[in-house]
Design a protein around this ligand. Structure first.
Ligand code: C2E
Ligand code: CA
Ligand code: CA
Length: 222
């Protein structure tokens, strides 16, 4: 889980899959997720992930009132989005773990969301009716149609880390960040930046009014 912050307050985290081989070696998700998607294994893996992450969040929320509002983000593959089981899988995780649906946030990449935008709109509307939150992931790297963006029922835009990475030590190359943040605000979405590694990036994002932050500077996956 990688912590996510709002200002200096912990607001929740993102669940990130890890795979260790029998001899303790770690295989990167960048290597095994595409294989899991091609083989269809991503669907049972995500089902497991939803249950594990939701029950972990419920346990953390019970620690005390300062943890009760924490939110858990789970990545949903484009393959799962086009599979009719997704709604049942999310409902099942909610029923089994008794998580408050509003504390679960599903992250869907912009490129997956736009692949079949009409279908995505209908699936996302049904997911919204379960009470969960939705986030568009890796924003700025897919081919967004602005008219679809307007119709997709997202709560949050997550700026891809490539735009954060390109901000230099004196704050140069911040134009795209600025533009995405004001786009998110005009659409009345919350905005989150990932991949924050330097103090310069953090203070720039805070000054631009970015709502949430995630990155090695704040905390590593742990
Ligand atoms: P993502 O959804 O964009 O997840 C964020 C990735 O950025 C994570 O890599 C995280 O460790 C990394 N990261 C966080 N902060 C920083 C930073 O400050 N600098 C840099 N350079 N990187 C940072 P990770 O865990 O290796 O995951 C890679 C990708 O694999 C994820 O990208 C996501 O697309 C996929 N993935 C991981 N877990 C799952 C999962 O459960 N389901 C699905 N469908 N995909 C997953
Ligand atoms: Ca993500
Ligand atoms: Ca991302």
């Amino acid at each position: 889980y990688q912590p996510i912050y709002r200002g200096d307050r912990l607001s929740g985290g993102e669940a990130l899959l890890r795979w260790f081989t029998a001899d303790g070696e770690q295989i990167s998700p960048a290597a095994f997720i595409p294989i899991a998607e091609d083989s269809g294994q991503i669907v049972p893996m995500t089902r497991w992930m939803l249950n594990a992450a939701c029950s972990q969040l419920v346990a953390w929320q019970a620690i005390g009132p300062e943890y009760a509002e924490m939110i858990m983000s789970v990545n949903i593959s484009g393959k799962h989005l086009s599979n009719d089981d997704l709604l049942d899988d999310v409902q099942q995780a909610i029923d089994v773990t008794k998580i408050r649906p509003g504390s679960l946030k599903l992250e869907i990449t912009e490129s997956a969301a736009m692949e079949n935008a009409e279908h995505t709109i209908s699936v996302l509307n049904r997911l919204k009716s379960l009470g969960v939150q939705l986030s568009i992931d890796d924003f700025g790297t897919g081919y967004s149609s602005l008219s679809y963006l307007h119709r997709l029922p997202f709560d949050t835009l997550k700026i891809d880390r490539s735009f954060v990475y390109s901000v230099g030590e004196s704050g140069e190359n911040s134009e795209i960040l600025q533009t995405i943040i004001s786009l998110a605000k005009s659409l009345q979405k919350k905005v989150i930046a990932e991949g924050i590694e330097t103090e310069t990036q953090l203070s720039l994002l805070q000054n631009l009014g970015c709502d949430y932050g995630q990155g090695y500077l704040l905390a590593r996956p742990q």
